[in-house]
Ligand binder design. Structure first.
Ligand code: AMP
Length: 485
């Protein structure tokens, strides 16, 4: 990175907390009303620098307080601009990889901007486009969006980014995993050239460092949590159980009322549905969240879990990052994730804000190699607290359907996410761009949206780059037929 700065010296003799960082007026009031009395370390570092106009490269996880760290300086500057907005424009754009994270960011911004006459809008896939276009119509102060739907709106001319002077990319590494990197670059290119940019990422693979180089101007790098290190207050353990035993083991665990608020992680969407059904058969009500659920269903599941109407949330790794539900007492890994790093994000859902958390991983002998990988990444050996391997497999109720062990091709949440930034697909362009008639094609790739569906040759993965001039042209003019997100 080009620059590693220390904090500018500010006269803090009479001011404290957020006021000492340069936050004033309605924002300061709303920040206190939100219960943020003392700024978190990332806020102490990032807020004054952004108020000075600096670009930020933040290595930080959700839970660090990064939302307020990027939002407060932007809001503070927007307040100074007054309420006259140009139609179809957004003064600030915040890009998030998942719909849930985008919703959460908007909620935080609304709280922080209370009383400050700031307009916000959400642009997400999986929900009505019409209402989003309508909301953007008069122009908004802060737009929070997932890259897929945003690209569609820009391409259609429903949104103009040329006046967007603040750009935030949240969870950059996740955007990369989900195959959004070229969308992100294209979107950034359409914003004002003199914009101020902040990029946050929990980890820093080479591709993120490259992205930062391309998008940030003389950035200050801020790091608040060591990479891939689980929070210290989470007690982690392993329970050895064969796959067929896991259902019974889980249900026995959940009978303990100390498990007040539990996320059960499953590697696949099909697995998440099956765990939820099995739990229901065993008398436990659970909400479920994964990439095949509609946005409304996902939001409802999260809300029910957040407000305590259900104490169990079954989730794929889509919920492992970004989602901040306070007070989760336990994380249970029904199976080990494909990528060891996901383990850290999964268990990070508990042990938040200084509270204790417990993370239990059920491990079948076939998952031993994955367990070793996790232990390597967290740099500790996980204690085995129970071993069911010597016990016989439980008998399944003959009235229930036999357990299906095959894994449909699109069943993993990360299937299709590509670090090279090309659109999700199997590498075969014919299939990726829809050579077969719609309906004969394979399952939709995962992520926030299906792959582009223009006939081969009409649209190339990085084809927007060549267009200069107005957004409509740069974003490809026509909207592909089956883009949902
Ligand atoms: P974030 O990393 O932005 O998702 O924030 C994680 C959690 O910390 C959220 O629940 C915020 O409401 C909370 N939070 C952020 N900043 C502060 C602060 N200065 N004081 C107390 N809580 C905070």
């Amino acid at each position: 990175m080009t620059n590693e700065n220390t904090l500018p010296s500010t006269d803090t003799a009479e001011l404290s907390g957020f006021a000492a960082l340069g936050i004033t007026g309605a924002l300061l009031k709303a920040t206190h009303t939100a219960g943020f009395s003392e700024p978190k370390p990332i806020q102490v570092q990032a807020i004054p620098l952004q108020l000075e106009g600096r670009d930020i490269f933040g290595i930080a996880q959700t839970g660090s307080g990064k939302t307020a760290a990027f939002a407060l300086p932007i809001l503070s500057k927007i307040i100074g601009l007054g309420t006259k907005r140009r139609p179809k424009t957004a003064r600030a754009l915040i890009l998030a990889p998942t719909r849930e994270l985008a919703v959460q960011i908007e909620e935080t911004i609304k709280i922080l901007a209370k009383g400050a006459h700031i307009s916000t809008a959400l642009v997400l896939g999986g929900v009505s486009r019409f209402s989003q276009v309508k909301k953007i119509g008069p122009g908004v102060d802060v737009l929070i969006a997932t890259p897929g739907r945003l690209t569609d709106l820009v391409r259609e001319g429903d949104l103009i980014l040329a006046d967007t002077k603040w750009l935030v990319l949240d969870e950059g590494d996740r955007m990369l995993d989900m195959g959004f990197i070229n969308d992100v670059k294209r979107i950034a290119k359409a914003t004002a050239p003199d914009r101020q940019t902040a990029l946050f990422s929990a980890t820093m693979p080479d591709e993120i460092a490259e992205l930062a180089k391309g998008l940030l101007k003389n950035p200050v790098r801020i790091e608040v949590a060591p990479q891939s290190t689980a929070a210290a207050e989470i007690v982690q353990s392993v329970v050895l159980a064969r796959t067929k035993q896991k259902r019974q083991v889980l249900s026995k665990m959940l009978a303990d009322e100390a498990m007040r608020s539990v996320i059960v992680f499953s590697r696949t969407k099909h697995g998440a549905d099956r765990v939820t059904k099995d739990l229901a058969r065993d008398g436990f009500e659970a909400a479920v969240i994964h990439g095949n659920k509609s946005q409304n269903a996902r939001q409802k599941a999260l809300n029910d879990f957040r407000d305590g109407s259900v104490r169990i949330l079954v989730a794929t790794d889509i919920a492992a990052r970004g989602i901040d539900v306070p007070g989760i007492s336990h994380v249970v890994n029904f199976d080990l994730p494909d990528e060891a790093e996901s383990y850290v994000h999964r268990i990070g859902r508990t042990g938040r804000n200084g509270r204790d958390g417990i993370a239990i991983t059920l491990c079948d002998p076939s998952e031993n190699a994955k367990l070793r990988q996790v232990e390597r990444i967290i740099r500790m050996k996980l204690p085995v607290v129970a071993d069911h391997l010597a016990s016989p497999d439980p008998q399944r109720d003959p009235r229930e359907k036999a357990v299906r062990h095959f894994e449909p091709a699109n069943d993993r949440e990360h299937h299709g996410g590509r670090r090279d930034g090309r659109r999700p697909g199997n590498g075969d362009d014919k299939q990726r761009f829809g050579a077969k008639p719609h309906g004969e094609r394979g399952p939709k790739p995962q992520g926030e949206r299906p792959a582009a569906a223009k006939p081969n040759g009409e649209r190339k993965p990085d084809g927007f780059k060549r267009f200069k001039g107005n957004n409509k042209r740069r974003f490809g003019g026509k909207r592909p037929a089956n883009r949902a997100a």
